[in-house]
Design a protein around this ligand. Structure first.
Ligand SMILES: *Cc1c(COP(=O)(O)O)cnc(C)c1O
Length: 408
């Protein structure tokens, strides 16, 4: 510790500039504690949280069941490695399978890592079952994470280019274009990899019927369907998994974000057809550790006990209607996309970052994706009162932006 310690009155932003790599555009906000869909800032303001740690805090903040599960498991075992069995890991795998489709599970620690594993599965499957086919078809607008393999699957140039060369074997087709997808499939293709709703590029859903059609296409052409449900999963869209809206189960599904309710954990589910890993093929020191698995078990059980999947569907509809009504009352809202509690508010002007900033002043945490979209991915426990208040605060933010634009 040769460098001087920061002075006590240095701001959080100053300390971050000196001590943290410059990877995030942070909002000027320090968060200290939370409860339900509300958080309190380091300067003592109460905020409504429609971001939920980017679709992570599905039970909201400080849920007693999650807190208790973590404390309880911490008092037993925190980490064991995967050289031994633990009950929380097995219980979580069984719960995941019961919520999804007949499959087995591999545990890891994040969304990107889950997608890396899915890519490895697809390549191994292609080598064994499709004459060495190793190309994965992905969608334009897709986001699959920041590691090199996940980046190769991600289309966005801005994320990719500084880090090239990336692994080869990925092609990108327009997201909702079945014709383009069909044309792209050839003898080198082992899998199609998609998000049921593209999250990071602005909550863009597949059109109704598309997923079922893609499922049929993958069957016809004998390739795997990998669904990245990292953001769409855990009940957020009003079903446990977004693909269940169309009964189009994938061969491989990746999960993370909400699974641990804030404790890092990811998972890959593979149907028997795609379940090709053998001992030594893949692994993770931390993956599926008892602390994270006990947290995730509590999350899944609480979602079931509190009927939060249905709640997400109902309160999501109410939120979408309230937002549309705000547009009808004059806010620059062109439309509301998405499903359940995964919503994108399309704006009619390029003001999304300004609205998100003004929302902070109005006591609302909301996320701008690009110039024209606000993303709303709140905790599944959000109440009607929370929604009413959030929409009120958003209305205040729109008005503030409008006033500022008029003065400019
Ligand atoms: C967030 C996200 C990821 C990456 O997850 P990390 O845990 O940040 O690695 C991958 N896919 C989708 C769809 C995501 O939303």
């Amino acid at each position: 510790m040769s460098a001087p310690l920061p002075t006590a009155n240095a701001t959080l932003a100053e300390r971050a500039k000196a001590a943290l790599m410059d990877t995030y555009q942070r909002q000027p906000l320090g968060l200290r504690h939370g409860s339900g869909a509300r958080v309190t800032t380091t300067d003592g303001r109460e905020m409504l949280d429609l971001v939920a740690g980017i679709a992570v805090n599905v039970l909201g903040h400080n849920h007693p069941a999650l807190r208790a599960a973590i404390a309880d498991q911490a008092a037993r075992l925190i980490h064991t490695s995967n050289l031994y069995y633990t009950e929380p890991q097995l219980e979580l795998a069984e719960l995941l399978i019961a919520s999804a489709f007949p499959s087995r599970v591999f545990f890891c620690n994040s969304g990107a890592e889950a997608n890396e594993g899915a890519i490895k599965l697809a390549r191994k499957w292609g080598k064994a079952h499709r004459d060495g086919a190793d190309v994965i078809i992905c969608a334009q607008g897709a986001f699959h994470g920041r590691t090199l393999g996940a980046l190769a699957a991600t289309a966005n140039r801005r994320y990719r280019e500084p880090f090239e060369p990336l692994p080869r074997g990925f092609v990108h087709v327009p997201y909702n274009d079945i014709g383009a997808l069909e044309t792209a499939i050839d003898s080198t293709t082992c899998a199609v990899m998609l998000e049921p709703i593209e999250g990071e590029s602005g909550v863009l859903p597949l059109e109704p019927g598309r997923l079922a059609a893609i499922r049929s296409l993958c069957d016809e052409r004998d390739i795997l369907l990998i669904l990245d449900e990292v953001q769409t999963g855990m009940g957020r869209t009003g079903r446990w998994w977004a693909h269940q809206h169309e009964e189009a189960a994938p061969d491989v599904m990746t999960v993370a974000k909400g699974l641990g309710g804030g404790v890092p954990i990811g998972a890959i589910l593979a149907a028997p057809r795609a379940d090709v890993f053998e001992p030594g093929d893949h692994g993770s020191t931390f993956g599926g550790g008892p602390l994270a698995c006990a947290a995730a078990v509590a999350v899944m059980r609480t979602i079931a006990d509190e009927d939060l999947v249905r709640h997400a569907a109902e309160i999501g509809d109410y939120l979408a209607e309230s937002l549309s009504a705000l547009g009808e009352r004059g806010a620059p809202i062109a439309g509301v996309r998405g499903r359940g509690l995964m919503l994108g508010v399309a704006l009619s002007e390029d003001v999304a970052p300004k609205v998100a900033a003004a929302a902070l002043d109005a006591g609302l945490i909301i996320n701008a994706v690009g110039a024209r979209t606000l993303r709303i991915v709140p905790p599944l426990v959000i109440t009607r009162d929370d929604v009413d208040e959030a929409v009120q605060r958003l209305s205040t933010a729109f008005a503030a932006v409008e006033r500022a634009e008029e003065q400019a």
